[in-house]
Design a protein around this ligand. Structure first.
Ligand code: PEP
Ligand code: MN
Length: 264
């Protein structure tokens, strides 16, 4: 279903009125995690001011250590929904457990993110395949492109074709940055699938100063959009502080993309 053989034209996913895929480039901005109402209100304000049309934020966080902040959970969804609605921003947030799916739907989550660590959680994939909400499917830490396509096929096989691929860096021998953003996968995926492809340079580079260069490379290579971590005050972020752009950096990045894509 996800392959070019089944559909030659590019799919455009409608996210609460905002198209992902096709002619426009969409940038999803927001903090790594939902912290407080004030932090999310400020984030939404800055995301909208930078002209990003969608917002991200994690309420359930897949942290490496069980002793670090695990996310605000259900309360985080309420905070996020309230903040984003003030600026008419559709929201993207990660689902880790099938038992929380109804809660996500009750909170009107606009895009369900399946994170890197769950790319091959087949029960989770089947469950989001049964609904029609758009899904961002992040690439697994060491997933090949064919494994990634097959993971998407699990969702599509259930009837949900609203799938967006998200490259977020893969693990290699290199230690100078968090992950290697695989630019090569962009043209390969665009050839193999009709579905949109976005890139998350924040989790790839892991440092805020790398993000603009990686973001521009992704758009130049044909990505349909970006997922960018920002924070009203990055040094105070509870999670992924090093890679968060501050509000001005987000604005500057958005301005610098215009020259490449010419379509934002
Ligand atoms: C995230 O986007 O918040 C996240 C945890 O990303 P990834 O699954 O790519 O590590
Ligand atoms: Mn993060």
């Amino acid at each position: 279903i996800v392959s070019r053989e089944s559909q030659t034209t590019d799919s455009v996913i409608d996210v609460s009125g905002i198209p992902i895929g096709g002619q426009q480039i969409q940038v999803i901005g927001g903090p790594c995690s939902v912290e407080t109402q004030e932090q999310m209100d400020l984030s939404a304000q800055f995301v909208a001011a930078a002209e990003c049309r969608l917002m991200r934020g994690g309420a359930f966080k897949p942290r490496t250590s069980p002793y670090t902040f695990q996310g605000k959970g259900k309360d985080g969804l309420t905070i996020f929904r309230r903040a984003a609605s003030k600026y008419n921003l559709p929201i993207v947030t990660e689902l880790m457990d099938v038992r929380m799916l109804d809660t996500f739907l009750e909170h009107d989550v606009d895009i369900i993110q399946i994170g890197t660590r769950n790319m091959q959680n087949f029960d989770l994939l089947k469950e989001v395949g049964r609904i029609s909400k758009p899904v961002i499917l992040k690439r697994g830490l060491s997933a090949t492109i064919s494994e990634w396509l097959m993971a998407a096929e699990y969702i599509a096989a259930g009837g949900n074709h609203n799938i967006i691929f998200c490259e977020r860096g893969i693990r290699t021998f290199e230690t100078a940055y968090r992950n290697v953003m695989d630019v090569t996968c962009i043209p390969v995926l665009k050839r193999e699938t009709h579905l949109p492809v976005i890139v998350d340079p924040s989790h790839a580079g892991g440092k805020s100063w790398m993000v603009p260069a990686l973001a521009r490379a992704a758009i130049a290579a044909g990505a349909d959009g970006l997922l960018i971590e920002m924070h009203p005050n990055p040094c105070e972020a509870w999670c992924d502080a090093d890679q968060a752009l501050n509000p001005q950096e987000l604005k500057d990045l958005m301005a610098s993309l215009k020259g490449i894509a010419g379509v934002i």
